[in-house]
Design a protein around this ligand. Structure first.
Ligand SMILES: Cc1cc2nc3c(=O)[nH]c(=O)nc-3n(C[C@H](O)[C@H](O)[C@H](O)COP(=O)(O)OP(=O)(O)OC[C@H]3O[C@@H](n4cnc5c(N)ncnc54)[C@H](O)[C@@H]3O)c2cc1C
Length: 434
């Protein structure tokens, strides 16, 4: 009898694990359970009438050579390398991101002057515990008030004082900084602006389809190696016997027997009363009949009076993400409001007005607006999240993994790195944000 491994979730984590296990071990049987009808999870791509829409901007970027080798092994020859071009919309203008001297010089003078004075004032708090503490200590009160405070409230629905400091250490560092840009505090940010160092801007992307192509290729390999992927199969929890895992309960397919379970679906399914909260995102995928001259791949919008957090332009990843001479936009909004969840179209007029205001599109060029709700896009690191995680008691044979499974604010390369470590029996620590 072969040992039965069941993996909940066919996102990057679950599929990397299944692909490696089926490739390297013949003494086990591997079954992946996926509630959607396709692989990919958050790295999924929606297609309509020849337009491809990923879930926001998705690119492969890693400094880990093992992860890069695996990534390229799966993609084979089917990838392109693209130079990154991202923007932030601040004080009514598009500015390159990470910030350059030129774009900073264009900020309103009072903001620049007050931020400069912050260099000389130190944060008096000894114990930094919240997102707000962290940002103020690193960038000063003025930049915090000018950019981070409003964006955070809009993005997470929580005030910066309600969020754990880990949210800043993982999120700000990742969003603000590329590996070569030391912008970890106001002083080094200014130093980096005055004496810029080369930024690592290249990233990998599949050469056909969207980001989901990567997971489709993994799924093909798993099936070729006799692994099983059950789509449309919703896992409800684990069954145990004498404190050990014996199977996974599913909504429609009974109990799938298991000797070991890797759980990459949301941890809140296993522990519904523990209080884990995820953010959900509303995507509005817009097809446009003509090119709109948006020259960034993605752009952040921090202003509170603008509904959306980020815009992505698929044709700036690959021109064939849209039909010839057409264009498109992916608009991301955090869903905090039950009315918007029930009927996202109530936002339509306001959204079109705002997109025109920031000159992202011309309304007369819209072919369609395709609304999608994606659940569990970000784990919400409130002040109690670490206590919640450490209070979990897992039965023998159950392992939490991946972004939703281990409540981990990670990227695809981290999910791959973790799965490679697990499948080869190596230790893996999740303190990458340090
Ligand atoms: C807007 C956005 C932009 C991003 N951009 C980037 C980027 O540019 N680069 C990058 O590296 N990373 C990016 N990420 C992060 C990246 O998407 C994730 O780190 C990665 O996809 C996580 O993979 P995962 O398998 O751990 O989790 P998931 O993708 O969440 O996989 C979990 C899987 O479980 C399934 N599932 C859920 N419930 C059940 C159930 N009850 N039963 C069975 N299956 C279930 C889900 O459908 C899903 O397939 C971005 C994320 C978001 C939200």
């Amino acid at each position: 009898m072969s040992r039965k491994i069941v993996i909940a979730g066919a996102g990057v984590s679950g599929l990397t694990l299944a692909e490696r296990l089926t490739a390297s071990r013949k003494d086990i049987s591997v079954t992946v359970l996926e509630s959607e009808n396709c692989p990919g999870g958050l790295a999924r791509t929606f297609e309509r009438d020849g337009f491809l829409f990923d879930i926001g901007p998705h690119r492969f970027h890693t400094s880990d050579s093992t992860v890069r080798e695996y990534l390229l092994e799966i993609l084979g020859n089917d990838y392109v390398t693209i130079s990154r071009s991202s923007n932030v919309y601040m004080a009514g203008k598009y500015r390159s991101w990470p910030l350059t001297m030129k774009s900073v010089a264009g900020l309103p003078l009072p903001v620049l002057f007050r931020s400069f004075l912050d260099l000389f004032s130190r944060n008096s708090k000894e114990q930094l515990s919240t997102f707000a503490d962290y940002v103020i200590s690193k960038y000063g009160k003025n930049l915090y008030n000018y950019f981070f405070r409003g964006y955070t409230k809009k993005f997470t629905g929580c005030s910066a004082g309600e969020l754990h400091i880990d949210w800043a250490e993982a999120g700000v560092n990742r969003a603000v900084i590329d590996k070569n840009v030391d912008a970890g505090d106001l002083f080094s940010l200014l130093k980096g602006l005055l004496i810029p160092r080369p930024v690592s801007t290249m990233f990998y992307y599949p050469s056909f389809g969207g980001i989901q192509t990567f997971c489709e290729k993994q799924a093909e390999r798993i099936q070729k190696n006799d692994g099983r992927i059950m789509y449309g199969c919703r896992a409800l929890g684990v069954e145990t016997s004498n404190g050990k895992v014996s199977g996974v309960k599913t909504a429609d397919m009974g109990v799938i027997p298991a000797d070991h379970v890797y759980w990459s679906a949301p941890v809140s399914i296993l522990f519904p009363d523990a209080g884990f909260r995820f953010m959900d995102t509303l995507l509005c995928n817009i097809a446009l009949s003509k090119e709109q001259n948006n020259n960034y791949q993605w752009c952040y919008f921090g202003q509170e009076d603008i509904l959306f957090n980020r815009l992505t332009v698929p044709r700036n990843f690959r021109t064939d993400a849209v039909p010839e001479s057409a264009d498109s936009l992916i608009v991301e909004i955090t869903l905090n409001n039950p009315e918007q969840r029930n009927d996202p179209e109530i936002l339509k007029d306001r959204m079109i007005d705002e997109l025109e205001r920031v000159e992202a599109l011309s309304a007369s060029d819209i072919i369609f607006m395709d609304w999608r709700i994606v659940s569990g896009t970000y784990p919400l690191y409130d002040l109690e999240y670490r206590n919640r995680l450490s209070a979990l008691v897992l039965p023998e044979g159950l392992e939490l993994t991946g972004r939703c499974g281990s409540f981990w604010y990670n990227n695809m390369d981290h999910s791959i790195g973790e799965a490679l470590a697990i499948s080869s029996g190596k230790a893996f620590t999740k303190d990458f944000w340090k």
